[in-house]
Structures are given as C-alpha cells and as structure tokens.
Design a protein around this ligand. Sequence first.
Ligand code: 5GP
Ligand code: ZN
Length: 141
Amino acid sequence: MNEKDCIFCKIVRGEIPSHKVYEDDDVLAFLDIGQVTKGHTLVIPKKHYDNFLSTPQEVMHKVMDVAQRIGQVQMMKLGAKGVNILSNCNKEAGQSVFHFHVHVIPRYGAKEGLKIEFKQPSELKDLSLPIIAETISKEIK
Ligand code: 5GP
Ligand code: ZN
C-alpha cells in the first residue's frame, strides 16, 4: 500500500474528514468510523508505516503514549470501566488498513460490539512450552 492510496494517510492530509481527538507533529488520533463501543479511537503515526512491527521504536513509543492518555480520558470522561488496547498486524491478525494504528476501545461492561476470547484449542494442549520460550528468548537481547 503506497501513501497516496492509504486511507489513513488521506486522513492525515485532510483529504478525508475525521473526528480528531488529538494531534501533534507526529501523532494523530481520531474516532473509528465503525464504533464498536462509544468512543472507540484510533491512534496513528502521521508518517506511513505498515504496522506496529515495522514502525521505528521512537515513533511507536509516541503513538503508545497517546494511546495510554486516551484510555485514561475514556475512563475519566466517558464513564468507561475498562479499555482494550489493540493493534492488528497483517491480515491473518485482522488488519484491514495497512497503516500502523492502535485501537483504544473503552469498555462499559454491557453487551458490546467486541468480544475477545482466549481459548486454547485441544490440539495445542501438548505444546512444548520450554522449546517455544527458548526459540523466542534467545532472539531477544
Ligand atoms: P484494522 O482492522 O486494520 O485493525 O482496523 C481498521 C479500522 O479502521 C476499522 O476499525 C475501521 O472501522 C477503521 N476505518 C476504516 N476506514 C476508516 C475511515 O475512513 N475513517 C475512520 N475514522 N476509520 C476508518
Ligand atoms: Zn498511510
């Protein structure tokens, strides 16, 4: 996806309208057009990066700082009782707009348009956790 056709780059450039909640030189936050709960917000870097994993650390930190602040405000001012912070990386993980964004989703405890369920499939019951942990840990230095 190039920056010319990217829908979030168009929002940054003002070519598509959005309901902005925060803006500085590097970061923009605006309401998601498909509100899964009241106040569902997207936080993005103004510069195009495909997703969380390919975004330079310094930029990612700036985006996460804003996401944290928005979550705090959703709790204080919208009456949220909880918040989900979510960033989908690649289509297999549900990413549909390939410009890094963090969903900040306030939760009110009622029946809502978002369900996140952690459920271990039976075929994964025999995984060797020591081997998986070693595979990951030896690459993180
Ligand atoms: P993803 O599925 O990539 O994690 O999330 C993309 C999000 O972008 C979706 O929740 C979708 O509703 C939102 N979105 C897509 N197009 C627009 C748009 O033009 N404006 C706004 N505000 N949100 C959008
Ligand atoms: Zn973009």
